[in-house]
Design a protein around this ligand. Structure first.
Ligand code: UDP
Ligand code: MG
Length: 314
């Protein structure tokens, strides 16, 4: 029985040694063989050097260094494509995903009742309040418009069976939104809740805008509701314009032709123009994602690794 633990790392030279120490301490107390799959997502600091150092003294450490920063989603995908354990796990390098939960997670999987143990944080302590508010709003909206349930506060920290990991790899879409993908593949998932932990070193790679972009990507990847909204809206506006037409004709027939109303006409034209551009913008978002999907660019490119069997481009 072998466990593969994937750790996506982007500029984590300070956090990585701490994670390694904690993880190996926890894993030493567990009765299983394991590999640590460290994915360097094009770090600009000494992350790769730290990985090489760890790999040198510990043969259970495998590193995959991507040719540039591809983003966490791609780094995780690279890990999943190259993990060969019977159980596969993903955890962050910054200790926000406590390795101390691993024994409990593995025990649940080995019980055979579940295929996946996922984690969610139930508090958001240490996070700016505005960010938490937007995060809550995002989960409310996406769960209303998407058929795939997206759990509020879900982390990418999870342990799953090989079958589930392969199912996730088989979803080879370019615009990856893992919270949705993990949910979409199904399987029996057990959720563990824990309080938010702040990162041990370094700082978060997510700005408010990058989170917003990520949230929009999630909506577009897992819901077509915005497109239905656009068509419904068009239908509604057409019906409304017919009513207005009748109103204008009747008024003309009864009251003659009062030439007033230039200002309101211009307002209506601008209003409709704005709405049309907005709706076009929604469609354009779907189109641009489709455009990227059709290009079929690789998800990641590995430039350096100590693994002989790694798939270097996928
Ligand atoms: N990460 C990555 N590529 C990126 C950004 C982040 O591999 O482009 C990794 C990062 O090193 C960390 C994990 O993804 O291990 C989560 O990142 P972070 O802690 O910045 O996100 P947060 O916990 O604030 O959501
Ligand atoms: Mg973090």
């Amino acid at each position: 029985m072998r466990l593969s633990l994937i750790v996506p790392c982007f500029n984590e030279q300070e956090a990585l040694p701490i994670l390694y120490r904690e993880c190996t301490a926890v894993l030493a107390g567990m009765d299983c063989d394991y590999e640590l799959l460290l994915v360097d997502d094009g770090s600009q600091d000494g992350t790769l050097a730290v990985m090489k150092e760890l790999a040198e003294k510990d043969s259970r450490v495998t590193y995959l260094s991507l040719s540039r920063n591809f983003g966490k989603e791609s780094a995780m995908y690279a890990g999943l494509c190259n993990a060969d354990g019977d159980y596969v796990g993903v955890l962050d390098a910054d200790m926000q995903d406590p390795p101390s939960l691993l024994p409990e997670m593995l025990a649940i999987l080995q019980g055979g009742e579940y295929d996946c143990v996922a984690t969610r944080r139930v508090t958001r302590a240490g996070e700016p309040p505005v960010r938490s508010w937007f995060a809550r709003l995002f989960y409310r909206i996406i769960n209303r418009i998407s058929e795939t349930p997206i759990v509020d506060g879900a982390r990418d920290f999870r342990l799953m069976t090989r079958d589930m990991a392969q199912a996730v790899v088989s979803m080879s879409e370019y615009n990856r939104f893992s919270k949705g993908i993990f949910s979409w593949v199904g399987f029996r998932t057990r959720w563990l809740a824990y309080d938010n932990v702040e990162r041990v070193a370094g700082e978060t790679k997510w700005s408010f805008w990058s989170l917003l972009k990520y949230a929009l990507n999630g909506v577009i990847s897992f819901s077509q509701a915005p497109l239905s909204f656009v068509s419904l809206f068009g239908l509604f506006m057409t019906a409304f314009s017919f009513i207005m037409l009748v109103f204008v004709v009747v008024r003309k027939l009864i009251f003659g032709d009062p030439v007033a109303g230039w200002a309101s006409t211009i307002c209506v034209i601008i209003f409709i123009g704005g709405l049309q551009l907005f709706c076009l913008g929604i469609i354009a978002q779907y189109l641009s994602k489709t455009y990227m999907e059709t290009k079929r660019r690789p998800h990641y490119i590995i430039s350096e690794t100590n693994s002989q069997k790694a798939t270097k481009i996928k």
